[in-house]
Design a protein around this ligand. Structure first.
Ligand SMILES: O=C(O)CCC(=O)C(=O)O
Length: 281
């Protein structure tokens, strides 16, 4: 089993609201489709986010959110008390107080370093939480691009800030290195499609693994983060531990691409009216 860490990164890289990447990390992101960076947010900064995360995950805003409050490991309609992998989409849409929070500001500064050739903008965000001892709280392996409408420029950097320590035991992010360079996107199908399931039953898509796929695990401590691109095959396993796994995802895309998505009516809300047949091809 391979676990990827980056001991060279750390709090010393912070300069105000910037976190300075090394040229080799920027090169690694382009080559490998992911990086891990440590100690990006301070404890005091995360303490601003924690209460919001917990309120969303507890379902406080569920009535307003519709399908944007769901379980990514189970079909829509699963009762909240049975959720395993709690997903709260677009938290700042539902609580505008969260807009431009410290995580956004720092991740924007990092996205700018990863994308000097264009303009990176925040496209969407989500809170993800795996309940303790939920071995089926799996995020099915996928490529993010498989979830999205086709656009000419696909540039993306998806940040995943650990609000709890994340390790193999509680279902940390896992990637298949090298898949970001596959010439074709793999086919994505709605979860449960073999039994007739469609995108109306569950938002989740799955791909078939290849025998050559070698998974690498990305364990991170609270305050650290992973960043992955739109083509790398990734997902996460169940939570076997007695502790929550809590992650705050924020995805940056090319600003013009976001304009095109919105023109198609695509906001990353599970309430969007998008022809998924068209998207999935
Ligand atoms: O962190 C996870 O469990 C999976 C998240 C994910 O797939 C994503 O952010 O694209």
């Amino acid at each position: 089993m391979q676990e990827i860490t980056n001991p060279a990164s750390g709090a010393h890289r912070r300069n105000g609201e910037n976190y300075q990447l090394l040229p080799e990390e920027i090169a690694a992101y382009r080559r490998d489709g992911y990086i891990v960076i440590n100690d990006v947010l301070t404890e005091a900064e995360m303490a601003e986010i924690d209460p919001w995360f917990d309120r969303f995950v507890a379902g406080e805003f569920a009535d307003a959110m519709g399908r944007d409050f769901c379980d990514m490991s189970q079909p829509y309609g699963t009762p909240m008390e049975k959720f395993q992998l709690v997903n709260a989409m677009l938290p700042s849409k539902y609580r505008p107080e969260l807009a431009n929070n410290i995580y956004h500001r720092i991740s924007q500064a990092i996205a700018d370093q990863l994308y000097p050739e264009g303009t990176a903008a925040l496209d969407y965000e989500q809170f993800l939480a795996k309940r303790p001892k939920q071995e089926r709280a799996e995020f099915a392996m996928h490529q993010d691009l498989g979830y999205w409408p086709k656009t000419e420029n696909t540039w993306t950097a998806t940040f995943s800030l650990a609000l709890s320590d994340s390790a193999l035991e509680n279902g940390c992010l896992q990637v298949v290195p090298g898949t970001n360079r596959e010439p074709e996107l793999r086919a994505h199908k709605p979860k449960g499609h073999d039994e007739g399931g469609s995108r109306d039953d569950s938002h989740t898509l799955v791909i078939e693994s290849k025998p050559t796929d070698k998974v690498a695990y990305l364990p991170v401590k609270r305050g650290s983060m992973t960043i992955h691109d739109e083509r790398i095959v990734h997902g996460s396993g169940g939570n076997l531990s007695p502790h929550w796994r809590k992650t705050y995802v924020a995805a940056y895309r090319d600003a013009e691409t976001i304009r095109q998505e919105r023109a198609m009516g695509f906001t990353h809300s599970h309430e969007d009216s998008v022809d998924w047949g068209e998207v999935l091809g």
